[in-house]
Design a protein around this ligand. Structure first.
Ligand code: NAD
Length: 250
């Protein structure tokens, strides 16, 4: 593994780090010197962490449900016991349970709000104290262009992602004086297991409506996250950085 030192000695928690955008983000942090904690429900996080350690990086996998307050406190305690600090939190875990409002079950509404939005509250709340003590922190939340523009069939998902934007701005105001920045990244259509299930015509229409004429790769989003986590973004907080090839312009 080639290492540069942009994130040397930093400790990074990436939720949903076993797949997709989270995995790509976490690999880059590890390659640039960070100690990474992959939090995921999926067992594959173990193999992802194992490969990083084999390649000379430093990774720990913690299997946890980020929407569960006790499990979140426990994963933060485990991280602090092992590394003594938490510098960067990437709130990336997310799910969809799409349906038209008339058919949307309350369970699917509640689940999406809990996993996508309440988890951001749980994880942020648990890391803010150690960050405040250190007078340093970076929190980056994955929202979506759907949270900005809306999407038929995704009222639950869009509400959770729009909620993340309000949360991001509010927390940025609350903790800025302690040198903690809080920002959001809003991906457009990115090729992952989350979007693999969408109908081909929908994919085609999206590409046609995207000025840059293609779907996004996970690395496109990861690069924006690394920027916001780096010293280059030290004076940026409370912002939403859209990474969508120009699909949604506001
Ligand atoms: N892929 C896209 O086009 C796209 C677009 C906009 C926003 N996003 C957002 O980016 C984030 C990552 O998306 P992705 O496409 O990489 O998804 P993905 O499905 O590939 O990965 C998400 C990961 O989160 C994990 N996860 C789900 N629920 C969890 C829970 N309760 N606790 C812990 N881990 C959990 C999953 O196991 C999975 O590994 C999500 O928040 C998603 O809403 C994605």
């Amino acid at each position: 593994m080639t290492t540069t030192n942009r994130f040397q000695d930093k400790v990074v928690i990436v939720t949903g780090g076993a797949n997709g955008i989270g995995q790509a983000t976490m690999l880059g942090f590890a390659q640039e010197g960070a100690r990474v904690v992959i939090v995921d429900l999926a067992d594959r996080g173990e193999a992802v962490a194992g490969q990083i350690n084999k390649d000379g990086g430093n990774a720990l996998f913690i299997k946890a449900d980020v929407s569960n307050a006790d499990q979140v406190q426990s994963l933060v305690n485990t991280t602090l016991d092992k590394y003594g600090q938490i510098d960067i939190l990437i709130n990336n875990a997310g799910i969809t349970r799409d349906n038209l409002i008339m058919k949307m079950k309350e369970d699917d509404w509640n689940l999406v709000l809990r996993v996508n939005l309440s988890s951001v509250y749980q994880c942020s709340r648990a890391v803010v104290r150690p960050m405040m003590k250190k007078r340093y922190g970076r929190i980056i939340n994955l929202t979506s262009v759907v949270g900005l523009a809306g999407q038929s069939g995704q009222t639950n998902y869009a509400a959770s992602k729009a909620g993340i934007i309000g949360f991001t701005k509010s927390l940025a105001k609350e903790v800025g004086s302690r040198n903690i920045t809080v920002n959001a990244v809003a991906p457009g259509f990115i090729k992952t297991q989350l979007t693999d299930v969408l109908p081909a015509e929908m994919v085609q229409t999206t590409v046609q409506n995207t000025p840059l004429g293609r779907l996004g790769e996970v690395e496109d989003v990861a690069k924006a996250i690394w920027f916001l986590a780096s010293d280059d973004a030290a004076f940026i907080t409370g912002q939403v950085l859209t990474v969508d090839g120009g699909l949604v312009m506001q």
